[in-house]
Design a binder for this molecule. Structure first.
Ligand code: AHR
Length: 331
């Protein structure tokens, strides 16, 4: 822990202990050797994001030797830039950044580098000319996720003898410019190029939230109900879209009607998949906390961590799910 921060932290802890009437206030000169980590999180837009924050909080706990300063940017890159600059001023030991979009990070990462503060990027990526501006990245293979989704769709259409029929796809996108959106969209559009009978009828931006997903899908379906597939770039938007289809009496899911594909595979989506409402849940693993802690401990020991760190992921269809499997999921 940096010296200035250590003093402030010790004073704060003293006040806290006194305020809580704890048995023994910290004694003068007593030091706390926690590793201070500033974490700039995008927000709390989805179940996935909440699970991601909780994973970081659990791994970087005081019992594990960390003091975590969490900043929720409420979906604004500007707030993330401010948070990172504040962490630099505070002299934290490490910065963890979950960037909302890929661009616009160069200057602030240069500032962190100048101060010698290692930055770990999690989830989406940053686009920078110098890869040395951050120490490591931890996250999902979003392109692979999209490929899993389109391969499954190809197979599904083949099995149902619809491989040559015209297929209308409604594409609901997450926050534009973030890696999850870029890669999940690119994977779909590449597949549409390969299939002359597949058409993306519209691309709607649902910002990864259920409310926005509901709003844009409802508005669209009121004008045009002729869709075969709903490709939703996360579970929360899929829930919003299903709400809209329920309202308009449009059938969907494993028993027939619109084929629903969703990304994340959080518990609530798996429950909907088991109930036959979502045809395919492609997993995006939010549990980055243990890996972040592992990389920090490596750096504490003077080891340079691996630059790219992918988390494990799978996919689920209705037939694969059991109550036991869902109950045992961590998110
Ligand atoms: O960047 C990962 C995406 O962000 C998740 O799929 C989505 O749910 C989240 O908000």
């Amino acid at each position: 822990m940096k010296h200035g921060f250590k003093i402030i932290f010790a004073l704060m802890l003293c006040l806290l202990l006194l305020g809580c009437g704890a048995d023994r206030p910290m004694e003068e000169g007593e030091e706390n050797d926690l590793i201070v980590v500033g974490f700039s999180q995008i927000g709390a837009e989805s179940n996935w994001r909440v699970a991601n924050t909780e994973s970081i909080q659990a791994a970087l706990s005081e019992e594990n030797g960390f003091m975590l300063i969490l900043d929720n940017a409420r979906q604004q890159q500007e707030n993330q830039l401010k948070a990172v600059r504040t962490f630099i001023q505070q002299g934290v030991d490490y910065i963890v950044l979950a960037p909302i979009v890929e661009s616009g990070w160069e200057s602030v990462l240069e500032e962190a580098k100048r101060e010698g503060i290692p930055v770990i990027i999690i989830d989406r990526r940053v686009e920078v000319s110098n890869q040395g501006l951050f120490t490591a990245w931890i996250g999902a293979n979003f392109r692979q996720e999209a490929e899993t989704a389109v391969s499954w769709l190809e197979e599904e259409l083949l099995l149902s003898g619809r491989e040559d029929e015209p297929i209308n796809i409604l594409h609901v996108q997450g926050t534009l410019g973030g890696t999850a959106q870029i890669e999940r969209s690119a994977g779909l559009l590449e597949a549409v190029e390969r299939h002359s009978n597949w058409t993306v009828t519209a691309q709607l931006v649902g910002e990864y939230t259920q409310a926005k997903g509901y709003e844009v899908v409802l508005e669209y379906l009121r004008q045009n109900r002729d869709i075969d597939v709903l490709y939703c770039e996360n579970d929360d938007m899929a829930f919003g879209a299903m709400q809209a289809m329920d309202e308009l009496n449009i059938e969907y899911g494993a028993d027939g009607g619109v084929i629903v594909i969703s990304f994340d595979a959080a518990r609530t989506a798996l429950e909907a998949c088991m109930a036959g409402k979502i045809n395919l849940c492609v997993e995006c693993n939010p549990l980055h906390g243990p890996k972040v802690a592992e990389l920090i401990w490596q750096m504490e020991e003077g080891v340079l961590p691996r630059k790219e760190n992918f988390v494990d992921e799978g996919s689920f269809t209705t037939e694969m799910l059991t109550e036991e499997l869902i109950a045992n999921r961590a998110y």
